[in-house]
Design a protein around this ligand. Structure first.
Ligand code: PEP
Ligand code: MG
Length: 580
């Protein structure tokens, strides 16, 4: 028996037979070449890149027929990496100066990319190295004469283990013959992991050395909840994992039964519980978990890992897929929230000394109005199909809202003049994530149709705690009295102006905070699909009156730790008292 620890990339516990597929790690010999072979090796490199391009184009057309257009941006990303001239020029340079073969030079280029990506702070961007690796592996396979085989299709159920699986591989997975996937590289925010969750396929990633074991066909347990893989389990381990699996599935099953129950308190107060989404695949999961729409669609996904911005038609295609996935419920589309640590490729951005306070989100969009207008047009056009709202991120003052709204009005006039339909009454909201916006909330509330609080950033800016700095994570406190006072002020300002107060930061998905947020008067919470049912469970066990008292009680304390202790005592009591 061998136990491996990795990253819990997609939940679920399954047992099955291991099927190791070696599709992405080629054995690459590196050897010296004489001067006269340099041009031959360079030509081999160029030919392999061209063959790989043709292979990807073919895969793209095949997927367009079988899976629809929605998934194609993964392959587009790979085609773009392949089209980057630096791949050829840097590798050719290594062939020439190092006097080595094309395969060896390509491996060295990959090594350089690894080093460059390792220095990137943003974990999402750092993991994009896996896309580069996938592309380079394809080129290497092409040079060795191997073709990229489709994933093996088995009669019986199997657990796939691979050094890496590309998003395109994930899209080819036959859900009826594959139980789970294990990879040696990749992380929770990789496209592959996102698709595993979207496909509801248990997955553990970052399991070093799993494919080195010559254990094809061995029994294996994949625990996507804890991030553990056990190969050849003994009887006792198998039995205990089976009990864990049964318990996990029982809890999920019981929770799923509550998906259709209304999100109301014991005294009949309704709260909208919606999902946060990034790709159209997540829409179905939000609905399956009882979400009444998507309160935050992070559109950045579509803009990243590419050297040019998506045009209006491409955006429309993806937004439409998302709208259809969420229909008939409302979809709140947030305009591009890039910049800062989420740099877009191909954009001429200066390196900023203080990127979290730099040209990001709405500031970035307003700095490139032509691109911003494309996004606004695409959002307005999709609003003709069903309930869609638009939301601007990181608003710091009235000018920004007015400028964004006036661009929106401009686009509305253009569309109307061209007889293109859109929702003329589309609701426009702003994210409240900057302390200045909290202070100005009463004024901002008069300008918009709703507020949505981004607590991830609001906490960061209120407490001056970098949300991605591990060393300060203990100080990143949602229950900090300053944060709670800000939340109270935001709700009061919204309700004072007669508009709803929503909250879509991570805070919304923690059941412990539910009574406080309900008691403060929030009308809507938006969270990851996996949190919806647990939050609703607590909501259904509360009364609005009790929640208001709990929320009020929080203001008697002066530290986050005190508030948390108080809250835990109250919630245990509340739930115990009201279990049906
Ligand atoms: C937030 O800041 O809370 C939020 C929802 O936006 P993001 O996490 O995308 O910055
Ligand atoms: Mg934010």
């Amino acid at each position: 028996m061998r136990t491996f620890s990795g990253i819990a990339a997609s939940p679920g516990i399954v047992m099955g037979k291991l099927c190791i597929i070696d599709r992405s790690r080629s054995i690459v010999p590196e050897y010296s070449i004489p001067t006269e072979s340099v041009s031959h090796e360079t030509a081999r490199l160029e030919l392999a890149i061209e063959n790989t391009r043709i292979e990807l184009e073919t895969l793209k057309s095949r997927l367009a027929e079988t899976s629809g257009e929605d998934h194609l941006f993964f392959i587009e990303t790979h085609l773009m990496i392949l089209a980057d001239e630096r791949l050829v020029s840097e590798t050719s340079e290594i062939i020439r100066t190092g006097m080595i073969n094309a395969e060896g030079a390509l491996r060295r280029t990959l090594h350089r990319y690894h080093e460059a990506f390792a220095n990137i702070d943003d974990p999402y961007l750092r993991e994009r190295i896996s896309d580069v690796e996938t592309v380079i592996e394809r080129v290497l396979r092409s040079m060795s004469g191997e073709t990229a085989e489709p994933l093996p299709q088995a009669d019986s159920k199997m657990i796939i283990a691979a050094h890496d699986l590309s998003p395109a591989d994930m899209l080819q997975i036959n859900r009826s013959s594959v139980l789970a996937v294990i990879t040696e590289i990749g992380g929770r925010t990789s496209h592959t992991a996102i698709l595993a969750r979207a496909l509801d396929l248990p997955s553990v990633m970052g399991v070093e050395g799993i494919t080195d074991l010559l254990l094809d066909g061995a029994p294996v347990i994949v625990d996507g909840v804890s991030g553990t893989v056990i190969v050849d389990p003994d009887q006792e381990t198998f039995q205990s994992s089976l009990r864990r699996k049964q318990h996990y599935e029982y809890v999920e099953y019981e929770l799923l039964k509550t998906a259709d129950l209304p999100a109301i308190t014991l005294d009949g107060h309704q709260m909208h519980l919606r999902g946060n989404v990034e790709i159209p695949e997540e829409g179905a999961s939000v609905l399956a978990h009882g979400g009444s729409g998507a309160g935050l669609y992070r559109t950045e996904m579509l803009f990243m890992n590419r050297s040019f911005m998506p045009d209006e038609e491409e955006q429309l295609l993806i937004y439409r897929a998302m709208q259809q996935a969420i229909a008939p419920h409302p979809l709140t589309i947030r305009t591009l929230d890039a910049g800062g640590d989420k740099l877009l490729e191909g954009m001429d951005q200066a390196v900023e000394l203080n990127p979290a306070l730099g040209v990001r989100a709405i500031r970035l969009s307003l700095s490139m109005p032509e691109e911003f207008k494309k996004q606004l047009r695409a959002i307005l056009r999709v609003s003709a199909d069903g309930p869609v709202k638009i939301m601007f991120p990181m608003i710091s003052g009235m000018e920004e809202v007015r400028r964004a709204k006036s661009l929106l009005e401009e686009i509305k006039l253009e569309l109307a003049a061209s007889d293109i339909s859109f929702d003329k009454e589309i609701q426009v909201g702003v994210m409240i994530e900057i302390p200045g916006a909290v202070i100005l909330a009463d004024l901002l509330a008069r300008e918009v149709d709703f507020f949505s609080v981004g607590t991830n950033d609001l906490i960061q800016y209120t407490l001056a705690i970098d949300r991605s700095n591990e060393q300060l994570s203990h100080m990143y406190q949602p229950l900090h009295p300053a944060v709670l006072r800000s939340l109270r002020r935001i709700v009061q300002a919204a309700h004072g102006a007669g508009i709803p107060a929503c909250l879509c930061g991570e805070m919304a998905g923690d059941p412990l905070y539910l009574p406080v947020l309900l008691g403060l008067g929030f009308d809507e919470l938006s969270m990851g699909a996996g949190s919806l049912l647990r939050v609703k469970q607590i909501l259904r066990r509360c009364t609005l009156e009790r929640a208001a008292a709990i929320a009020e009680g929080c203001f008697a304390f002066s530290t986050a730790a005190e508030v948390e202790m108080y809250l835990k005592s109250q919630i245990t009591l509340d739930v115990a008292e009201s279990i049906d």
